[in-house]
Design a binder for this molecule. Structure first.
Ligand code: BGC
Length: 597
């Protein structure tokens, strides 16, 4: 999974707009209550500052009545602060007062919906953040509940005599099962896969995390009905999981759609059952039956989240002819359209179900974060979303870092740092990447996707199942400023030998526990790769699951061009991908960050 797949060599081209915007800036979240009938919003205003300039990202979340057209207003605290160029809204500035009016495509904000806008600005002296905001001319109260004019509550409607009193009124979002909500994770309880739970509890200490929602991988046709004889799935099929989700009273369930023709075209450990020309079989024997089950009216009140085809589209950007990582299989599935059309078909078919939420896989920063890969990957995601019956409207968002180990946040350096006059992007570890962690990458990539035609309300997911990097090897401060390499290597929490290493990484820990709305633009931190399930075997193991042997899973392998000819960093004695690897699970718990209590 998640090979480091990019051209080798250094890139010096100009940064894309919005790159790394949110990594370093401060965050102010103001729950804003307007003294106005049911007008309520949250405004998050973050900046990334440099000498004389800054990028501001603003997320407006409507937690009041639906808005049809909005104007945001705020006042810069300093007279020298200026909006230079904005996006996703029309900006005007008069003196220190700024207004941002919606564009035609983001003026409607349903209850619970949010939209992200931003601008590049300039400053001199200091760059303090505005402390209060207005929406549609109504002064918001900057986080303090209104003292003089309490919000007017609409007159109570008399319930029909037979209606029981509501038991769980969702305060900010429509009830599950209705029209899609902006963020399916918000205030919702996730499904716990009993098969993973049992595996986790078979290891000492596992019960500390075994009630965590994890992805249910449908990694072959047989997994739709359940596969008692496979090493990477238990006997439960899609319907069994959905029925169990109802029994648990869960509100969302996460499936991984993972069976494209010629799957995992740049690696061997997760090759699948379908050959590169088997797109018709993918459609009729894989996607159609899944759609038939997910569309059953019995499940209408569940938010069914589909994670679509890990690693696929990025592979046909970075691992095709003309790129250093090219493979014959990636060339084939690019040329015959298997990935683009397969993803388009999957999102169209599954997205036609009103309670399904599709999130397409978008790689991770250590793969897509270079200029050569960033824009082209967004472009191919957009192309796929419009092919074979799909449309961008079938895409609720994107996921990054699925089954990978890239750190969520690098707390001790940013991509803009300099050491002895040298740009840290020159360090071996960063190697001219524009991003150093998943949060910065996800937020910037989200903007790029919106720029390329996806809805401005899309949300990102970050798989934090195994990117914790805690334990005794975790640095506690920046590295020494002897050189860019000592500085970055001494301070980085991601302790991998090389950011291109992806298989059963030694030293990794469980990452952030799943939660909704952790940062602007991010719908949730999720655990899609079930921790403790192997990424691939450390030596050749014959199996009936179609799994190959990839030397990136062999701890003695000294690497290739894709990982800078470094050791693989993989744990020894690993079983095939998807099979339970209890020694890894023990280590992941030991190195969890945040730590387990
Ligand atoms: C494997 C799948 C497995 C999944 C989750 C993938 O690498 O190929 O078979 O279900 O990981 O562990």
């Amino acid at each position: 999974m998640n090979l480091w797949r990019r051209l080798s060599g250094r890139r010096r081209t100009v940064a894309l707009a919005g790159a790394s915007a949110l990594v370093a800036g401060g965050l102010v979240t103001l729950p804003v209550t307007a003294a106005h009938a049911a007008t309520q919003c949250d405004v998050a205003y973050t900046t990334n500052d440099w000498q004389g300039g800054f990028t501001a990202n603003i997320t407006i979340r409507n937690i009041g009545d639906p808005l049809n057209g909005w104007t945001l207003g705020f006042t810069f605290p300093d007279a020298n602060q200026r909006v230079v160029q904005g996006w996703s809204a029309r900006y005007t500035q008069s003196g220190r007062n700024v207004t941002a009016q919606n564009e035609s495509y983001n003026g409607t904000l349903a209850t619970g919906a949010s939209t992200s806008i931003g601008f590049n600005g300039s400053w001199s002296g200091s760059n303090p953040r505005p402390t209060s905001f207005t929406i549609n001319g109504v002064t918001c109260n900057g986080g303090t509940p209104p003292t003089t004019t309490p919000p007017t509550t609409p007159p109570p409607t008399t319930p029909p005599p037979t209606t029981p009193p509501p038991t769980t009124p969702p305060p900010t979002t429509p009830p599950p099962g209705g029209p899609r909500v902006d963020n399916p994770y918000l205030n919702a309880r996730g499904y716990v896969n009993p098969e993973w739970k049992a595996r986790a509890e078979s290891v000492s200490g596992g019960s500390r995390v075994s009630n965590t929602p994890t992805g249910v991988w449908i990694d072959r046709i047989a997994a739709i009905n359940g596969t008692p004889d496979s090493q990477s799935n238990g006997p439960m099929g899609v319907r069994d999981h959905l029925d169990e989700a109802l029994r648990q009273g869960a509100q969302y369930i996460q499936f991984v759609i993972y069976n494209l023709p010629g799957r995992d075209c740049a690696a061997l450990a997760s090759n699948g059952e379908l050959g590169p020309t088997e797109l018709p079989r993918y459609r009729t024997q894989y996607i159609d039956p899944i759609a038939a089950i997910q569309g059953d009216a019995k499940y209408r009140n569940l938010r069914i989240i589909n994670i679509i085809e890990i690693d696929s589209l990025p592979n046909i950007v970075t691992n095709v002819s003309g790129r250093a990582g090219a493979t014959a299989m990636c060339d084939t599935v690019k040329a015959n359209g298997a990935y683009v059309q397969g993803v388009g078909y999957a999102i169209g078919k599954l997205g036609a179900i009103p309670n399904v939420y599709n999130y397409i896989d978008a790689g991770h920063h250590g793969w897509i974060g270079w200029d050569d890969n960033f824009g082209p990957t967004a472009a191919i995601l957009r192309e796929a979303a419009g092919s074979s019956g799909g449309s961008p409207a079938n895409v609720h968002g994107f996921i990054v870092n699925t089954a990978n180990y890239s750190a969520l946040k690098e707390p001790y350096f940013t991509v803009n740092d300099r050491v002895n006059g040298q740009d840290v992007r020159q360090s071996k570890w960063i190697d001219w990447n524009r991003y150093v962690d998943e949060l910065g990458f996800a937020q910037a990539f989200r903007q790029e996707l919106v720029r390329r035609g996806f809805d401005s309300n899309i949300g990102m997911l970050i798989d934090t199942s195994r990117n914790g990097w805690g334990g005794t090897a975790r640095p506690t401060g920046p590295g020494p400023q002897t050189s860019v390499d000592t500085y970055v290597d001494g301070g980085r929490v991601d302790r991998r030998i090389h950011a291109g290493n992806w298989c059963n990484q030694s030293g990794a820990g469980l990452g952030e526990r799943p939660r909704a709305n952790p940062e602007p633009g991010i719908d949730a931190y999720v655990w899609i790769k079930p921790p403790g399930e192997s990424d691939g075997s450390s030596r050749e193991i014959p199996n009936n699951d179609g799994k190959g042997f990839d030397r990136m899973c062999d701890p003695t392998y000294t690497g290739n061009a894709r990982n800078g000819n470094s050791l693989s960093g993989a744990l020894p004695n690993a079983p095939i991908s998807g099979a339970w690897f209890s020694a890894q699970f023990t280590e992941l718990m030991r190195n969890a960050y945040p730590p387990l209590s």
